[in-house]
Ligand binder design. Sequence first.
Ligand code: BTN
Length: 252
Amino acid sequence: MNYDIYRFGKVDSTNTHLLKLGEEGFPEGTVVVADEQSAGRGRFGRSWESEPQANLLFSLLLRPDFLQQDEIFVLTFAAAVSVAEAIEKAADVQPQLKWPNDVLLEGKKVCGILLESNSDSNRLGHVVLGIGLNVNQQKFSPVVSNDSTSLSLFTGKKFDRDEILFAILSNFSSVYESLLKGDFYSVMKKWRDRSIMFGKKITVNLAGKTFQGICDDVTDDGTLILRMGGELKKFSAGDITLLSNRSSEGEK
Ligand code: BTN
């Protein structure tokens, strides 16, 4: 993929900005990077906090005509794999992936991914993949400090944000190539190989409801399968909490 990178000191949100550029007809591969966001967004309308100039905040415009509306989910997994491979190499860490879109270091979140699109139910328009990777931030607000980390906090080193950006984009090109060929399996296998969820006791929170069980599988279309007693329940969205490192006896 050919990338065209636009850099900003400060924007409201790189996703918001790029969604507009997408409306204006900018091509696939357009990237918006910012040092700071005044209204960075996370999933479920949450805000995404980031110290100015410390981290990677960027969005990538895609026009994946080859995907059906209900398949665009796979782009989140492709992005998570691209980030994990890039930081593993750059920082010599072993990233873990948590469904659907988190990259963790020893259980703490180092990167979040937000996929947004302008599509309606009939037509898939452009898609914006927003990535927030904590690179050099040293301190987090008390609300998130127990659950968040940065590459720098984790390793005690400082990192060049651009080098990591280029590595992520280059990795993304090759996973996107696989998707273009219809090979979802290899992308999802890379994701599953780094997942910390299988066989673990988890809760899935969705629309105010909580479901508890054992994570059984994540299928090639990105669906999470939760084993609740004898029943298997499928989720295509939700928020996961890991309750234990091992499944408890009798619940398998
Ligand atoms: C999440 O974990 O909830 C997703 C967080 C995504 C944050 C990134 S930062 C760059 C891009 N712009 C935004 O407003 N959000 C995403």
